[in-house]
Design a binder for this molecule. Structure first.
Ligand code: GTP
Ligand code: MG
Length: 257
């Protein structure tokens, strides 16, 4: 009742990813149009943002080019979460918070870090954890309020760095590594003997990300769970020509508002 009379809640996007990936830098850019010096985050923070005039929102898609009636750019909330391993509960609880209309997740990675084994493993493990929460949220939604679909943008950040991997490689490297993470987790589950004989199988299936039993993992496997994953490169900090590259990220936000 309260909801019906009140103003429409703003769409929320959550920034998630390993520490140092550029989440807070991206938040300040989204909120202020420019980025400033950041420090590693210890608490989550929210900013109200507006789509730039150059980006069309999905609701504008059918507007005629000649329609020059005033167009108000939609507003939305962006929630920045700390990437430190001990502070990830903030990100996880934001995914299951039903008081805010969650429209999408922006999973930010440092594209240069992914060429190291440690960097790749960390990014893949954290992403596996996040996608599994979203998958379960979708499965449980089927029985409750209807399945909850969500869009995930993997922002392959720091493309200005000369050692960074291009978005296409970021995608395949993450997919390969996540197949390994998934296998390790399922073995751990069997070894620990969680649950009785009867529900061990069901338990294993609900903790398996994507297509059950598949050898390879692809982000496309998430579509069945209402999760659409895109991998897009960019850089929050200006490259040597002085350009920040974020237009395609904004376009993704516009498409998912
Ligand atoms: P946590 O708060 O620890 O989770 O990290 P974070 O993801 O918020 O990272 P933050 O935005 O603080 O950025 C970490 C560092 O990366 C800062 O020194 C940024 O200036 C730098 N950085 C962010 N984006 C880019 C980029 O596109 N290119 C380059 N070269 N550096 C970037
Ligand atoms: Mg931060």
């Amino acid at each position: 009742l309260y909801r019906q009379s009140g103003a429409k809640e703003l769409a929320t996007f959550v920034l998630i990813g390993p520490s140092g990936a550029g989440k807070t830098s991206l938040l300040t850019l989204f909120a202020n149009g420019a980025t400033t010096t950041t420090h590693t985050s210890q608490v989550p923070q929210t900013a109200q943002c507006q789509l730039p005039l150059t980006t069309r929102a999905s609701e504008d898609r059918y507007r005629s080019e000649n329609d020059d009636s005033a167009r108000t750019q939609p507003q939305f909330h962006v929630l920045d979460t700390p990437g430190h391993g001990k502070l990830r509960h903030h990100a996880l609880s934001a995914l299951t918070d039903t008081t805010k209309p969650l429209k999408g997740i922006v999973y930010v990675v440092d594209s240069a870090e992914l060429s190291s084994t440690a960097g790749l493993t960390e990014a893949a493990e954290y992403l596996h954890e996040i996608l599994l929460v979203l998958q379960k949220r979708h499965t449980q939604g089927k029985t409750a309020k209807g399945p909850q679909g969500v869009a995930v943008l993997i922002a392959a950040n720091k493309q200005d760095v000369f050692t960074s991997l291009p978005a296409g490689i970021v995608k395949t490297k993450l997919e390969e590594e996540m197949a390994k993470v998934r296998l390790t987790k399922s073995k751990g589950l069997l070894d620990s003997g969680v649950g009785s004989e009867d529900d061990a199988g069901a338990d294993e299936e609900s903790n398996w990300l994507g297509e059950y039993g598949a050898r390879t993992f692809t982000f496309a496997q998430m579509e069945e769970h209402g999760i659409e994953v895109s991998v897009v490169g960019g850089n929050v900090l200006p490259d040597e020509t002085g350009k920040t590259v974020t237009d395609d990220w904004w376009a993704w936000v516009g498409d998912n508002l």
